[in-house]
Design a protein around this ligand. Sequence first.
Ligand code: ADP
Ligand code: MG
Ligand code: MG
Length: 252
Amino acid sequence: ATHFKIDGLKAEIEGKEILKGINIEIKGGEIHAIMGPNGTGKSTLASALMGHPKYEVTEGAATLDGEDLLDMAVDERARAGLFLGMQYPSEITGVTNSDFLRSAINARREEGKEISLIRFIRLMEGKMKDLEMNPEFAHRYLNEGFSGGEKKRNEILQMMLIEPKIVILDEIDSGLDIDALKIVANGVNAMRSEDRGFLIITHYQRLLNYITPDFVHVMMQGRIVKSGGPELAARLESEGYDWVKEELGIVD
Ligand code: ADP
Ligand code: MG
Ligand code: MG
């Protein structure tokens, strides 16, 4: 069964320590949410796990099914089953969405077991329909000229096709209207399975009305300062973050 473990992770950007020791353990079938004020290190955690060169891990470990992720190059992490759906996905001119998706699927497969073009197209078209995406987006350059909401749906499309073991979604809800939010949430819920774990990063509780997390973690100043169940997200929504700061004596 899938087992993802982040153990005492510390990371810095340009010599400034942002993550000050993060511990999270995600088993297959579980959805974990990270909530926290802006600038607290949530995106840094996602980027450090994916191996973004700007973020230097200085201490700690991250393993997926016992394999050390931090030792791997970015593409190896993806191949191992780690997926990041981003807040601001990059636009890549010259690579069509469908070309990108097909190589991403094949990168997770053994040589000689690549998906056939016909099967790929059928699969992609089916998922695009589920996500209520215009079929034309298959042939557009990756994210180029996509609106915020279209980019987010496209991230979910990638997730559905790549079938990762661990899905990290960083503020996938930002900029989505309520209908798009529901479509994205349905996509995530449809991907819930015993051998897949989720880490959903969000500033607002809104998305968690449609995706029920098993665990909610509050991140502040580079640390997980509080963990609980879905009720914790509801309380943060109604009362904000100040009570957590008061409870823990955090001054900012
Ligand atoms: P969050 O996602 O919780 O809003 P971030 O991880 O984006 O927070 O940012 C955490 C801290 O790291 C902030 O103080 C931010 O200014 C800083 N930071 C993030 N990315 C960069 C970067 N590329 N260069 C310099 N500082 C950064
Ligand atoms: Mg932010
Ligand atoms: Mg962020």
